[in-house]
Design a protein around this ligand. Structure first.
Ligand SMILES: [Cu+2]
Length: 393
């Protein structure tokens, strides 16, 4: 793990020790960019569409120090990090990330057999940092569990952006301003979105990986008095970038997997890691909106690109005053091949935010998350033999 002045915590060489053998999952993973457009036109507001990592890292630093006992347990392991001062000199800042273990009081598995309940308690290793960008605070978690899953979570808190008004009450249930909500007398919380692009450079048991959609397709059943339909799985390997620009579709379900076609499980499946999307938002702004052109990564939930050293930031390397000629939406127009090579996944975690009175004067932390987990990576449940009690850990 390292702390980067632009994108914060970067995980490097994420591996699992599997029966004494180190197996690679991710070469590198981090936040890549943030995009927070406000929904208020007019002078003083029409420029409020923040590309937070690319615009604000210089001189300030993306992460801010964590507070023991509030952000992380006092006994956590703490990490200092370098940021850049305005004259370009490195500056050491304490407690920019913390690492701690917690017992979520959930069984890793359990089963009632006869009159006996068998099972193992789970635990979590949490790597946490906090970004304060202007008015907002974001808690940024990487949560490892012994079953090989990694949950990536964003907790949004802090103070919402507001504008003043002469209003002291909404006109009626449907009324009030269209571009926000009255959250206190004379205070409007302005509507906006939050988008986080996560860059996930998978190396599942090696660098040459493919991206596979395992589609669930309905099928009619003939000549069966009990059934008329089932669904079957139909795996498709994405050959090019445009085959892997994705959004969750409830009516066309599929599982998204990074797999290594050359490494097989005991049952001859390619070893894989699944990306498990969470609830998310995608931008509904016009694609010709100048701010949306720069934050164009927010148009989709998932993208896959071939590894390119120069492609690290979803809105481009220099987003400030950019003419939108760099970033995910531009790179993927080339529709490069992504099969059996070094590939990178880009997940957009987003949410629309219509503010409410409860978000004032400071917003209760709201968590959004997604996860990755092994799929035919192990040959059986990897947490069968966890210690029987947390005290044995
Ligand atoms: Cu918000």
């Amino acid at each position: 793990m390292r702390i980067d002045p632009r994108v914060g915590v970067v995980l490097n060489l994420v591996q699992i020790i599997d029966e004494g053998r180190a197996r690679s999952v991710l070469y590198e993973a981090s936040v890549s960019e943030l995009f927070v457009p406000y929904m208020e036109p007019g002078n003083g507001w029409n420029n409020r569409a923040f590309i937070d990592a690319g615009e604000f890292f210089a001189g300030v630093g993306f992460l801010k120090p964590l507070k023991p006992g509030l952000d992380c347990p006092a006994g956590a392991t703490w990490f200092d990090g370098q940021t850049i001062s305005e004259d370009g000199a490195p500056r050491l800042t304490s407690r920019l990330a913390c690492l701690f273990e917690r017992a979520p009081e959930n069984p890793a598995w359990r089963h009632l057999q006869g009159s006996e309940v068998y099972g193992r308690p789970s635990r979590e290793l949490v790597l946490r940092s906090a970004a304060t960008i202007g008015n907002y605070d974001y808690l940024l978690d990487w949560r490892f569990t012994p079953d090989g899953a990694l949950t990536i979570a964003v907790g949004a808190t802090g103070v919402i952006e507001t504008k003043s008004t002469t209003m002291t009450a909404a006109h009626d249930a449907h009324g009030g301003p269209e571009t926000g909500q009255l959250v206190a007398e004379g205070v409007i919380g302005v509507n906006h979105d939050h988008y986080f692009s996560y860059r996930l450079d998978f190396d599942v048991d090696g660098t040459s990986n493919s991206f596979m959609l395992n589609r669930m397709v309905p099928q009619r059943v003939d000549n069966d008095p009990m059934r008329k339909s089932i669904w079957v799985n139909q795996p498709v390997v994405a050959a090019r970038e445009k085959d892997a620009i994705l959004d969750i579709r409830l009516d066309q379900p599929s599982m998204w997997m990074f797999m290594n076609p050359s490494v097989r499980s005991s049952f001859n499946y390619p070893v894989a890691y699944e990306v498990m999307p969470g609830a998310t938002a995608k931008s509904i702004l016009s694609t010709d909106d100048p701010v949306q052109r720069i934050g164009a990564f927010s148009e989709h939930q998932f993208w896959v690109t071939p590894y390119n050293e120069a492609e690290r930031y979803a809105a481009g390397t220099y987003p400030t005053s950019s003419d939108a000629n760099d970033g995910l939406a531009v790179w993927t127009k080339a529709n490069r091949t992504i099969e059996n090579t070094d590939i990178v996944g880009w997940y957009t975690l987003g949410f629309h935010h219509i503010t409410r009175a409860e978000d004032w004067p400071v917003m209760p932390t709201m968590w959004n998350e997604f996860a990755i987990r092994p799929f035919h990576f192990f040959n059986k449940n990897p947490v069968l033999d966890l210690p029987k009690s947390l005290a044995d850990h």
